[in-house]
Write a protein that binds this ligand. Sequence first.
Ligand code: LRH
Ligand code: MN
Ligand code: MN
Length: 426
Amino acid sequence: MILSEKIIQDHNTSLLAKHKLHFEFAKSQINDVDSIIKRLVDFQVAIPSWALGTGGTRFGRFPGGGEPRSLEEKIEDVGLLHALNKTSGAISLHIPWDIPTAPKDIQTLAAQHGLAFDAVNSNTFQDQADQEYSYKFGSLQNVNKAIRKQAVDHNIEVIKHGVDLGSKSLTVWLSDGSCFPGQLNFRKAFENTLESLQEIYAALPADWKMFVEYKAFEPNFYSMTVGDWGQSLLFANKLGEKAYTLVDLGHHLPNANIEQIVSLLMMEGKLGGFHFNDSKYGDDDLTVGSIKPYQLFLIFNELTQGAQLNNAPFDQGSGFGWMIDASHNIKDPLEDLLQSVEAIQIAYAQSLLVDTIALEDARQNNDVAKAQEILQEAYRTDVRALVAEARIRAGASLSPIAAYRDLKVRKELISERGLKTIATGL
Ligand code: LRH
Ligand code: MN
Ligand code: MN
């Protein structure tokens, strides 16, 4: 199914009068709306190929019907999202969940939908049917050199797939670690992992980046070899200038101050990108902004201020990997992703409202209440009309979820693909 611009414009017509009222009000409240809207139009967030089907739980899976059965259909789904919001102009592949066997055709198809290929992700956290050794006791950290080599070779294979598609980065997430005290020599595990990462790093093309994603726990529950931003940053610093830390919002211990982590990684020039999602308990992969929207705003506030300080506007080719890593088991995945993208846009727009000069002044004067007022003034401003206006100007839908429902997209996908389809992924 393809949503043409005409169909979307026609759907917008009935919503325009109400939007104009909201937008006029927003303009009366907010300075310089045009520059904020322009930044929103430029901003793109990649969609993970593994989030287009309903995610499973440890206990069961409840596919909703019409799920993509192939990489081609996944691209079609991201194309639908991008047609609706013009902000999802890239797809991030997980290999071997998605293997581009005919890369040129895949690239052509993606380009027809206006999509680029974002980071490619390797997978050494599951055993594949045809592989020689098991990753039960780790991959890049493994005590057995032959197992480490198998995992390194897989990552190099993933880079090759990425090169064929025009990706420019590799994300390495390791489930390596241990479940019980005594199981692992922490130092050896770190050293083995570093050596393996160095071998992968050596295979990176000159214009590529490597993102080292950390996670506090799961599936290992005593130690994780890349367990926090400190360990990730150690690896990234030892690897070299093409290696960066990737922040997945769900990968922290409860109540971690993620915005502070973001600020310091930016200071060090080592923030590679994000996996956006939200969580209440652990790595819940819930819709972005659904649980802690203030935290999301505070993260964007650090990003916006960090970009100003580094003199590197992050929406114009600074090379950050902006990705979603959320997939829910009871929502329609496409609606879930539309909500996630919009939450990111809202947080971004609000961060652009912060009066940074007044905030710095309040900090210099230790005026704590004033500093809080300045942030909350921005956070409590309703910017939804600006985000909607950005969508209109980009040729997207005024209200993506309303359009998705009114145009009966899921029904159409079910009739094309069937009710009992399951997408590869989590
Ligand atoms: C691990 C993770 C990592 C994987 C993805 C499927 O929890 O966040 O990014 O690649 O989930
Ligand atoms: Mn992730
Ligand atoms: Mn995760």
